[in-house]
Design a protein around this ligand. Sequence first.
Ligand code: ARG
Length: 604
Amino acid sequence: MTLAHLILLLLYLHLSSSRSTPASGPPQEDLVEQKCLLQKYTHRSCNKVFCQPWQRCIEGTCLCKLPYQCPKAGTPVCATNGRSYPTYCHQKSFECLHPEIKFLNNGTCTTEGKFNVSLIYGNTDTEGIVQVKLVNQDEQMFICKNSWSMTEANVACLDLGFPQGVRDIQGRFNIPLNLRINDTECLHVRCRGVETSLAECTFTRRRTKTPHGLAGVVCYTQHEDFPTSQSFQCVNGKHIPQEKACDGVNDCGDQSDELCCKGCRGTAFLCKSGVCIPNKYKCNGEVDCITGDDESGCEEDRQRKIHKGLARSDQGEETEIETEETEMLTPDMDTERKRIKSLLPKLSCGVKRNTHTRRKRVIGGKPAEVGDYPWQVAIKDGTRINCGGIYIGGCWILTAAHCVRASKYRNYQIWTALLDWLKPNSQLAVQGVSRVIVHENYNGATYQNDIALIEMRKPPGKKECELPHSIPACVPWSPYLFQPNDRCIISGWGREKDNQKVYSLRWGEVNLIGNCSEFYPGRYYEKEMQCAGTSDGSIDACKGDSGGPLVCKDVNNVTYVWGIVSWGENCGQPEFPGVYTRVANYFDWISYHVGRPLVSQHNV
Ligand code: ARG
């Protein structure tokens, strides 16, 4: 048995023993990632979800934007304080700062406009049948049971002043008999789940022949909470049945039951980032997973659906909808939210211009061609090129702290679009350096925080750096964008296995490796470092590759700088994978120095 085999065996033994440790072992508990729960993620955690268009992501949390940061285009909206706002975004951002001021209606404020939700026929004031009076409608109306889910019920309870949302949508209510006969005229309501008031949801009236039953709700209060060993504790303090975690439904109200999942129950869709979303959000035209996987491969999906649809009508089967007429009673603010989202500024990074897919060393790698790695740069220190770097936009290069010294910035040159430094290509450009920022907690003994920024000198009289043949790699804002076993690419001018010097840029494919402490006990810091390699060690970074990129592509082929070549024991040995600085952990450090707008792809 080789050392590598022994390590793999130990790794296996460790994994299988740690899996059986939790004492209570019903299989459903396996869907929840316990370690992740400690992070207390909610619908406002931008490591796991996108922020609302009226919020921005600061240090992992969605915070309120100021109204003036909203896109200007849109129509006025009236709020419960009787004031009009120029757009829905302006109102929501104002509400984000003053939660008591909620959405009232689309359009300017009128004197009669009133919206009201109340509960009646319940035994306590936390429960009952939901009654609404819409703006511009005179009567109180009920909501049809068949249009009512936890999503709408959470919004209703929130609106009624129960911050933890709904407990249940079943309940024993004292509905008068004459109402039961009359319930063919109830309202249908559809919420997205991000609303704070039912007035933001879309109400329609459908006259039907058959009675529906009316929607009721039991809102959640802490003093009626009876947690058991089988309950899941939400971040907002609410307890829900364990089997409601990771089912795609936001039972907690703060989404905390859907953000730390290894798998999803039923038909819910599992984002690569470990989030369960309702199946109906897959391929609905809006990206819900931060990893983008809910909207990828949708063309095939649609084709398949069309095919099925045709097949059904061939057989003469008809699924007649019982609706006779549908009357829209309120505007669709969800569509308005999406429209605002589409107006937010977008960052251009990580996409190559001409992806010539001409195919087939870094140790064991292959030679690169012009335009293959437009974010790769070489750092020339005096007369030598000892390190690589990554262009991330503006005048900024990311590299390893161990490659540079802040005081020596005058010695450095940034060579961009370089392929072979013995035979320079025409696209090659050389930039001076105006500043070097080394991470303040870089530890040269442990290689912790092995990250630095280089600011290139701007051409005289210019406000921007001009790099026609370079394209920035995107900076990952969440540690959940990529996972162990994802395939990524390393590139550089580092040495070959036989320590032979390399003059041309080489690249190779590696896999992200989890549990790397197994390989480097006591030396691997999971939050700050990322291991990557191949099972046989044939592809690895080596001396001279330091500071260069480990890049990964998301489902939309957008390239992120996931790691910076940092250290490793020897080169190209399977028992000693390459160790990279985990860039996602430094997103805030990077954006602090280069400015948020340069690196923020979403939620600026
Ligand atoms: N520290 C090295 C350098 O200065 C990089 C080592 C990477 N080693 C590895 N086995 N991946 O270039």
